[in-house]
Ligand binder design. Sequence first.
Ligand SMILES: *Cc1c(COP(=O)(O)O)cnc(C)c1O
Length: 225
Amino acid sequence: MSIEENLNKIKKNISNNATLVAVSKTKPIEDIQIAYDLEQRDFGENKVQELIEKEEILPKDIRWHFIGNLQTNKVKYLVNKVYLIHSLSSIKLLKKIEDEFSKQNSTANLLIQINVGKEESKSGIYEEDLLELINEVEKCNSCKVMGLMAIIPKGNDEENRFYFKKMKSIFDDLSKKSYKNINMKILSMGMTHDYKIALEEGSNLIRVGEGIFGKRNIVGGMTNG
Ligand SMILES: *Cc1c(COP(=O)(O)O)cnc(C)c1O
């Protein structure tokens, strides 16, 4: 199927209050341009270098989402390039983001990535460490947390649903509280193979790559940024 057919199909499945981020990692500029010409504006990348190269060339009204593991030494390259960083996963990283964005009088919009399946191979913080991180977010001047992100463990529909429900309940709990610099708006969960279930369980931002652009040739899609 073409990028156009894929996009139309997914858009039919999502309601107006959910955002579709087209994950364009490893894909060429031409593919992104096709989606852009079909009015897609949110794109996701998981490598800093790749994001800034694409940002340079493509139209400036694209909203770039950084969805990969973010190394502290690369944070500075994202200032004024990235719309939303989905992968805030440690206090150390938060401090670096605060530092680099404030230096350039910019504000970072962030999602806290939760390792909801407690998988060693994945980044993200554990639920029990959330409050400690939130404490630090409250001290920031240049960081705003807009919600949560998760990459759930591989599993069947029922297992997926379990983790999405768990994320929604963490999201709802935090939404009821009032913290400085935190405004729970975005729940980023769901990818090509599970986005429908994610939406049913309360996701309002899905990140779809192969379901739009076709298979990636390069293995190791979820690697370091
Ligand atoms: C690659 C990636 C996606 C998209 O995955 P698909 O299976 O291609 O839809 C979503 N989220 C993150 C964090 C990714 O790294």
